[in-house]
Design a protein around this ligand. Structure first.
Ligand code: GAF
Length: 382
């Protein structure tokens, strides 16, 4: 967590509103494995990181609420009695959504002022959106003594995204951002929300993210399309979710659905198995198997679920050619964003040089390469 970021947000709040705010930090997340399994009641294996959103909030006597995004140089004026989704794609809908979903729970509160900023690259697939939702949800809960549990808060965040942003997301991002623990990944069963914290000791390896710095226009629609395919399959099989479907049952649909939809269903079933295998390999300190599973996961995402893109495929292929990389795959919702790589610590510099040079040659643009630290979940910091 960056002290500089906290100071920036706090100072900006005080200079704007002349009072001391409550301060919240909410992290972004990585995901070791388990993509598009969460909304299918499956398994995921994410972790919170030490980068995220810092949000300052305090009650206000005005007859409106004001939210300022330092990074976007924009502000939002809210009338709590008349909250409507904004048509364009904007951060403001995350705010409107969280407040509206809290109010739907019958929780009353007064107007407030809020300032926030972050250090997660937007559009990188590190879930700056869940961090923003959770920071505001926890901020309101604390400030107005709403008495909501952290579980209730993450569902509020998720519903904000469904109803005000228009993405049918699962619970992974909000869960990881709320419940992360330093140095650990969370093996989460999205059906029961039972979880297990697994220490991430990668011996000689390091988790490295390579941001393709692309976000294809398909990101939101492609995500919802995948959700729709999974819904179609479970309806045809009369099952509550893909988690309840076996490969044999899926095979009975072969003649009824397109080959591409069949492959998507199969991907989800196989990815669930990979998440469990990956968690077990990590617990056994079998980093080689962890890496192999990541490579397999990418093949599924690219060739079966069809959520990769040329840039991500190129980054994974380039990583694969490198002896110092033991595993690599695209991470997050897809259609751009980052790859997650397990790279030998001693060869890190060499990896960075090779990947960035080759990416630039191929696409004539830069990728960004980051080391991530696994951090704690959403919390009050002041
Ligand atoms: C996005 C969503 F918000 C998550 O719920 C999850 O489905 C992920 O994409 C893909 O695994 O981050």
């Amino acid at each position: 967590m960056s002290k500089k970021l906290i100071n920036k947000v706090e100072k900006s709040f005080i200079s704007e509103f002349n009072t001391n705010p409550l301060m919240i930090f909410s992290p972004g997340r990585i995901n070791l494995i388990g993509e598009h399994t969460d909304y299918n009641n499956g398994f995921v294996f994410p972790a919170a990181i030490d980068k995220g959103i810092v949000l300052a909030i305090e009650k206000s006597d005005n007859n409106y609420s004001k939210v300022i995004s330092i990074d976007m140089h924009e502000e939002l004026i809210l009338n709590l009695k008349n909250l409507k989704k904004i048509k364009e794609n904007t951060w403001k809908n995350y705010i409107i959504g969280v407040i509206a979903e809290i109010l739907k729970k019958g929780k009353e509160f007064t107007n407030f002022n809020c300032v926030f900023a972050g250090n997660i690259p937007v559009g990188s697939g590190l879930s700056s959106s869940a961090a923003l939702e959770n920071s505001l949800a926890l901020g309101c809960n604390e400030l107005f003594n709403l008495g909501l549990s952290k579980r209730e808060l993450i569902h509020i965040s998720q519903k904000a995204e469904h109803n005000y942003v228009g993405v049918n997301c699962g619970i992974m991002d909000q869960y990881a951002s709320m419940f992360g623990k330093q140095g650990h990944a969370i093996f989460l069963d999205c059906k029961t929300l039972n979880s297990e914290l697994v220490p991430v000791h990668l011996t000689d390896y390091e988790v490295i993210l390579v941001n393709s710095n692309v976000k294809h226009a398909l990101a939101e629609s492609g995500y919802n399309d995948r959700y729709a395919v999974c819904q179609k399959i479970i309806k045809l099989l009369n099952k509550p979710s893909l988690r309840a479907v076996s490969i044999e049952e899926l095979n009975t649909l072969k003649a009824k659905i397109s080959e591409s939809d069949y492959k998507k269903g199969l991907y989800v079933l196989q990815e669930n198995e990979r998440v469990v295998a990956c968690k077990n390999a990590l617990k056994d300190n079998d980093i080689k198997s962890v890496g192999e599973i990541l490579f397999q996961s990418h093949i599924g995402q690219s060739k079966m679920y069809d959520i990769s893109c040329v840039e991500l495929d190129f980054l994974v292929e380039t990583a694969k050619e490198n002896d110092s990389v033991i595993g690599s795959r695209m991470m997050g919702g897809g259609f751009g964003g980052c790859t997650i790589n397990l790279v030998l610590k001693k060869d890190l510099q060499d990896f960075k040089t090779k990947v960035s040079t080759r990416y630039k040659e191929k696409f004539n643009k830069d990728c960004s390469i980051y080391k991530v630290k696994l951090g704690d979940g959403t919390r009050v910091i002041k």
